[in-house]
Design a protein around this ligand. Structure first.
Ligand code: SAM
Length: 305
């Protein structure tokens, strides 16, 4: 049975990176091959399934597995979900195995496997990026994910998280014969957010004509904070998030029980955003704004642990 991740599971994550290495005997290299950053440990089939499920992989997707081992994730994405993609691995023996497996699965036309270093691999084509690497490698990759992947790209990691970048979803899967740590695997999903940071100006349609809207938004990963104003009334943003280009936040203007709550939803497209705002019990109104000053997404917040 798949269950949501618990706090206890989060606490085990550092232990599992260490026990991973202890169980598989380090990340050395085969004779004549470059040293691996992470040793080969295959993802259990039930976990592969959960990784494809959590990312909702389908025929439109291009799946890239960084450190692809015997190719099982990309091959399952092609065979079971109709996706395309590639895997890259430093270990040439594993790359050859992955190519054979793709042939046998009848998906060699849809997937490719390359011998190479994941740090030097172009990932920009991915709509889904999968990895079963170490936390330190995830953190080295994190800036590249924001720089090179399109908003909406899903990133799925087996067992290891991205420190302060909170996942958008998380699962725990029982794996009775796991070679290290507890008999279960964690699966994390992140969706690359659009950039909504900066100053915005626009309007909300009402029966009595447009009402001015302004916002000053800060963005840390997919989390939004800041201030906004509707007409003459201002307040702070609450619960602001982006999932890909889909933005939502609440704004309470006024004070205490006389405050007016507005719930904004919209889609960010470059320097414009448009969507609906619901105010109190009233019907949803159209809302749109243009960015008058762009800011960067903060992807280096101070550690929280
Ligand atoms: C834990 S295994 C995961 C294999 C596969 N993705 C899976 O989930 O079944 C990590 C893989 O990363 C590969 N690897 C380690 N360092 C690498 C690097 N710098 N570039 C490419 N592959 C690397 C290893 O050879 C190994 O196959």
């Amino acid at each position: 049975m798949v269950k949501p991740a618990s706090v206890a599971n989060r606490c085990r994550r550092v232990v599992s990176a260490v026990s991973f290495l202890a169980a598989v005997g380090g990340a050395g290299s085969a004779l004549g091959q470059p040293a691996l950053d992470v040793p080969y440990v295959p993802t259990a089939p039930s976990v592969v399934e959960a990784m494809l499920d959590i990312a909702k992989v389908g025929p439109q997707d291009y799946v890239v597995d960084l450190g692809s081992g015997d190719g099982r994730i990309v091959i399952a994405a092609a065979k079971q979900r109709g996706a395309r993609g590639f895997g890259v691995d430093l270990d040439e023996f594993l790359v050859a195995r992955a190519r054979d497996a793709a042939d046998r699965a009848g998906v060699a036309e849809r997937v490719k496997f390359f011998a190479g270093n994941l740090f030097l691999t172009d990932i920009s084509r991915a709509t889904v990026l999968t990895m079963y690497l170490f936390p330190s490698i995830n953190l080295q990759l994190r800036p590249r994910l924001f720089a090179e992947l399109k908003p909406g790209t899903r990133i799925v990691s087996h067992d290891f998280d991205m420190a302060q970048w909170q996942p958008d979803a998380e699962l725990v899967i029982p794996v009775p014969d796991k070679p290290y740590g507890a008999p279960e695997s964690r699966v994390f999903l992140w969706v690359i957010p659009a950039n909504a940071a900066g100053a915005w100006r626009g309007s909300i349609s009402t029966d009595s004509g447009p009402v001015d809207f302004e916002a000053e938004i800060q963005q840390t990963f997919q989390a939004l904070s800041g201030t906004a104003r509707v007409g003459a009334a201002g307040g702070r943003l609450g619960g602001g998030t982006l999932r890909g280009d889909a933005l939502r936040f609440a704004l309470t203007t006024g004070v205490d029980d006389r405050g007016m709550r507005h719930e904004f939803e919209g889609r960010v497209s470059g320097d414009t955003v448009s969507g609906k705002v619901k105010t109190g019990e009233g019907e949803a109104r159209d809302w749109r704004a243009s960015r008058i000053r762009r800011a960067a997404i903060n992807i280096t917040p101070p550690p929280t642990d």
